[in-house]
Design a protein around this ligand. Structure first.
Ligand code: NAD
Length: 505
């Protein structure tokens, strides 16, 4: 982070969106947005001032007065248009995402596509926002309920899915009749900006969607502001826990989707070839920077003999700049690369075996990229730092156990409960695992079981705070307040049927 003014050099600046206008921040605090494959500075992102944060919230508060009464169909049609615009701009969105985030172009398209699916769902949300009606709850008395929008909602997003996760948030909130203030990751805000420009082009009125940039201070301001009614956060457990506590203390709704340590449990009866290939994709894809990455392989019984083959396959994966579509792109920053290296070193120091070392990988033409090759640490046990911490890089750790029960106990004892997968050909083992495991997303021969938006994303234990998840049915409950109306009309039964005869037309 620096305190130069953005105008001091020729790098473009990332604007704020306040009341439908893209404006240059007046802050003195800026941060570079850097291409992780080259270290080229792509843009400078401002850390918005308190006045700018307040202006964004005030604009959302004003817009809410009319947006909450905008017909459901009119709201939905904006998202029909937005999904079309996202499809038309897919190549450009993916290229921007790859440039600032590092992931491969194919992965970047996947990132946009998974968000696009949520936009499609937002275009169809009307039936999920319907209330209930009961006639004659007492004689001549009826009760009905409506699901009203809350007001101004806010979203705080992480660096690893800069298209999908903003699209988890603002389309659903806005389709439900709320207005929104989005705070994207300061590490890769450019594709998010492009998506927001498309949302405005699709017809989102001024003030309904606002974008501010920044870090801790801006996030705290969102948690404290009395006009923000709900906060959706996705990011690390440390920050998410802070956001949940601070927002809750201020009387807001909060949902925080946080860190992970996802175990892929491999039984010896699994299809070996498919399982090993899936472990590679889930462990090393997106350079291991997915919250649903399978970062722990649990080899059960005779499946432990598959380790040499797993390592040999991992060694064949290609590493390079995301735009060249290798198997793995760089990690997000130099700091992230250093962190991965230091965790691997600590793992070795604590007794893990370095089965595959990706630390000295070189990529032709990209001497400065934050590249880390596929790395495997085996013989890992709980208590080692590489087991206890989320590494968030292309490092697969391998734990060996004797039985499925031991594997289940291991997974359930981990503080995180984001995702898990079981590889087996036994339906009985799969059913047993599913019922006993305390994890939000469970895959059976599916390594990254992120649900489509007909369902909601979830998470148990340390991976999530707040009872309702993002997208799907649950998010409609999150972004609405139920109002119940109990009504009685005093009528004279004899005359009410004749009421028309008394009206002169
Ligand atoms: P992060 O927690 O560092 O940042 C997330 C957001 O919080 C960013 O917008 C950032 O500006 C803000 N922030 C950072 N430090 C802050 C502070 N001290 N106070 C207030 N706000 C702060 O997370 P990240 O590194 O961008 O993302 C990676 C993490 O996100 C991983 O832990 C990953 O597992 C998690 N993640 C979880 C899910 C899920 O659905 N469970 C999905 C994606 C990512």
């Amino acid at each position: 982070m620096t305190t130069q003014t953005a105008a001091a050099n020729n790098v473009p600046t990332v604007p704020l969106l306040i009341n439908g206008e893209w404006v240059e921040s007046q802050t003195t605090v800026w941060r570079d947005v850097v291409n992780p494959a080259t270290q080229e500075v792509l843009a400078r992102v401002p850390f918005a001032t308190p006045d700018e944060v307040n202006a964004a919230i005030a604009s959302a508060q004003r817009a809410f007065k009319t947006w909450r009464k905008t017909p459901i169909g009119a709201r939905a049609r904006i998202f029909l248009k937005l999904q079309q615009l996202i499809r038309e701009n897919m190549a450009d969105l993916a290229a921007t995402l790859t440039m600032e985030q590092g992931k491969t172009l194919l992965d970047a398209e996947g990132d946009v596509f998974r968000g696009l699916e949520v936009v499609e769902h937002a275009a169809n949300i009307g039936t999920l926002q319907m209330g209930e009606y009961a006639q004659n709850v007492a004689g001549g008395v009826d009760t009905y309920s409506v699901m009203q929008p809350l007001g101004v909602c806010a979203g705080i997003t992480p660096f690893n899915f800069p298209a999908m996760i903003p699209l988890w948030m603002f389309p659903m909130a806005i389709a439900c009749g709320n207005t929104f203030v989005l705070k994207p990751s300061e590490q890769d805000p450019l594709v998010t900006e492009k998506l927001v420009r498309l949302a405005l082009q699709a017809g989102i009125p001024a003030g309904v969607l606002n974008v501010i940039h920044g870090g801790e201070d801006v996030v705290n301001a969102l948690c404290d502001h009395p006009d923000i009614k709900a906060i959706s956060f996705v990011g690390s457990s440390k920050v998410g826990t802070h956001v949940y506590q601070r927002a809750s203390l201020n009387g807001k709704r909060a949902q925080c989707m946080m860190g992970a340590k996802n175990h892929a449990v491999v039984l010896p009866d699994a299809n070996k070839e498919q399982t090993l290939n899936q472990l590679l994709g889930a462990g090393f894809g997106a350079a291991g920077q997915r919250c649903m990455a399978a970062s722990v392989a649990v080899l059960v019984g005779a499946a432990r003999e598959w380790l040499p083959e797993l390592s040999a396959k991992a060694q064949t994966l290609t590493v390079g700049a995301g735009k060249d579509n290798p198997d793995l792109g760089p990690v997000i920053s130099c700091a992230a690369k250093e962190r991965v290296f230091s965790l691997v070193a600590k793992g070795i120091e604590q007794g893990a075996v370095l089965t595959l070392d990706g630390r000295d990988v070189k990529v032709d033409g990209y001497p400065n990229g934050n590249f880390v090759g596929p790395t495997i640490l085996s013989g890992v046990k709980p208590g080692m730092v590489v087991y206890d911490q989320e590494i968030f890089g292309p490092v697969l750790i391998v734990v060996e156990v004797d039985t499925l029960d031991e594997a289940i106990a291991l997974v359930n004892a981990n503080p995180n409960g984001n995702g898990t997968a079981l590889f087996t050909q036994s339906g009985a083992a799969a059913r047993y695992f599913q019922e006993e495991i305390d994890v939000g997303q469970v895959g059976i021969n599916v390594p990254i079981p992120v649900p489509v938006p007909l369902f909601s994303f979830t998470g148990s234990r340390g991976s999530k705070l707040g009872d309702l998840g993002p997208f799907g049915k649950q998010v409609v409950l999150f972004y609405t307040q139920t109002q119940t109306i109990t009504q009685r009309w005093f009528t004279d039964a004899a005359s009410v049927g004749k009421v028309n005869t008394t009206i002169s037309l």
